[in-house]
Every structure is written in C-alpha cells, then in structure tokens.
Design a protein around this ligand. Sequence first.
Ligand code: SF4
Length: 337
Amino acid sequence: MLSDYNLHLRTLMLNGEWHPDCNRCQSEEALTKTSKRTQSNNSFKQKAINAGYTFELNSVNAPLFLDIRPSNKCNLKCKMCNSTSSSLIGIEEQQKDPLITLEHTAIEEIKRNITCNTTELYILGGETTVMDEVLDLIEYVDKNNYTENLHFRTNINGTVLPDVFLSAITKFKMTSIAVSIDGYDEVNNYIRYPSKWSKIEQNLSTLYQLALENISINLRVCVTVQSLNILSLDKFLSWLEQFTPGIKVELLLLTEPKEFSIYMLPFAVRERIHQSLNRDYNLQLYRFKHILAALLKDNVDYSQYKNSFWTKSNRQDNYRGVSLEQTLPEVYKILKS
Ligand code: SF4
C-alpha cells in the first residue's frame, strides 16, 4: 500500500508538477536542462529495452533492478547530513532509536528476489561498507555466482574497505563506486567528521589502482559542493589531478540544508571563486558547468539562514570538540562578516 507521501508524490508527477523534495533536479534543469532525474530516466529506459522489457506490465516477471537502502548505519556525521541517513547523528542528537534498519526477513526476501536475470543491484546507506547486512548480501551474490550478470552500484565514504567488498567488486559484470570526499585533508576531516585523511587517501589509491586494472570498475569521486568547501575546491581538484589523474569527479550542488549552501557566501566572494575554478582540469568533471553557473547567480539571498547556520554548526562543533574558526579560518571569516 502506498503511503500518503508516495501517493502525493505520484499525483504531482502525473500532473507534471514538481515536489519540493525534488528541488535539486528542478534547479539543475533550470540552469543546464539536465539533472540526475533526466539521466536516470534515459538510463533506466535504455537498460530495460536492452533487457527485452516492453513496458507492458505482464512482460515483467522478476525484478530487473534492486535499489536497496538497508539502514542508516553510518560511521560518520557529516555537517550537512541528518539522522535519517546517519545513525551517528541520531546518537549525537540523543534520539531514542537512532538506528533504523530493515528487518532480517526483508533482507532474506531481497536475496530470494535476486535471480540470474537481475541486472542491477544498487545499495545506499548510511554507509554501505559498515553494514553487516550489505556485506552478507554481497557475499551471498558472490557465492551464488550472480556477480557475472550484475551491475553493482554503491556510494561509500572511503573510510573503510572490507575484504568481502574488495574481493567481490572485481567479479561483477560492472561495478560503479562513488566515493564521497568533500575536500582536501582537514576540509574533508572537518565536514565528514570523524574521517581521517590518511585513511581516505589510502583507500582512494586502492580503488583507483583496482579501477585501472579492471575496466569493469567505474570509479568516481563525489563532492557535495557547499559553503564549507567551495573556497578550497580548486585546491582539492588540483590534488586529485596529481593523485588520481583523469578520475571522474561528480560535483553535486548542496541544496539542503540551506544553511550550508554556497548561497550563504556573498556574491563578490562567489565571483572570485568562479574565476579560480574556471580552467581545464586533468579530470573528468561532471556537473561542473552547473556549479560555475550557480556561483554567478546573483539573485539568491540566504541571509535569513545565518542564525540557524551558527546555531546548528556551533552545536555540532561543541559536541565534537572541533572549531570552524581554527580549521577553516577563511570560511569562518566570510561567514561571520
Ligand atoms: S557518510 Fe553519508 S550517510 Fe554518513 S553522515 Fe556522511 S553523508 Fe550522511
């Protein structure tokens, strides 16, 4: 049975209207005519056609794609994230039940739905590499030889690479891994607390080498572009050019929470950042034009979120024993002004 939310969402979609939760794609399409939505629609259609589906309901006898979010278990509490996605944030916010997980029976049901006709397994968290149920599922797929027909997709935060995960990703027909890293060294450590840069560097290097040796592995770095990292984005991209030349980098403009948006920075600062970023990089950049266009948007005023930014950010920093002023002094000064 559909929830009220799902029903409302579907009704809006059928009427050709946007839901407020879809505002990232809406704003991207307004700027560049493309978005995750348009890409996913095209890719889903093509994959279904390739698999022989005709879009008649009775042509579908088993799931072709499995899109699974088993839990919010996460070992990080990124500044812009929330307790629905990270159990650690739930703990920090002293929630009664911070961990939200699928029942064991649901995971067993998912296993039963995987057949040799399943073509895609997409798993998101929380953090997939720290979830026992995900590692169990990967092991199950591997042991039952479903890997050779499967495209495995996941997003990880780069802090851990379990052996089960590393051994399976070379066996899938295709593996797409997005590693979320939001800046160089202390920028990432601060935003994606409590990441350790040396570990991120080591794990990115391992995945990069694996991707060079296995054409079936499609690796990309995913950056959530926000007020806290856009000033040093050029430095991070320059580091990636040296450390992982030619790697794919997807730049996602943060739209929520608004308190961490790039629009918290004054227009003159954004113009300056635009100039520093507007060059060629030895990287495969995705949605870069969208970031450049967003920097030059001069009719956006987020000053009403200033107080809530400081309330939220200071509360996080006090709990974690870190300081924006000491870690990112330039960003602090601009946001304070
Ligand atoms: S790694 Fe992902 S799920 Fe975990 S806190 Fe960061 S953004 Fe949230």
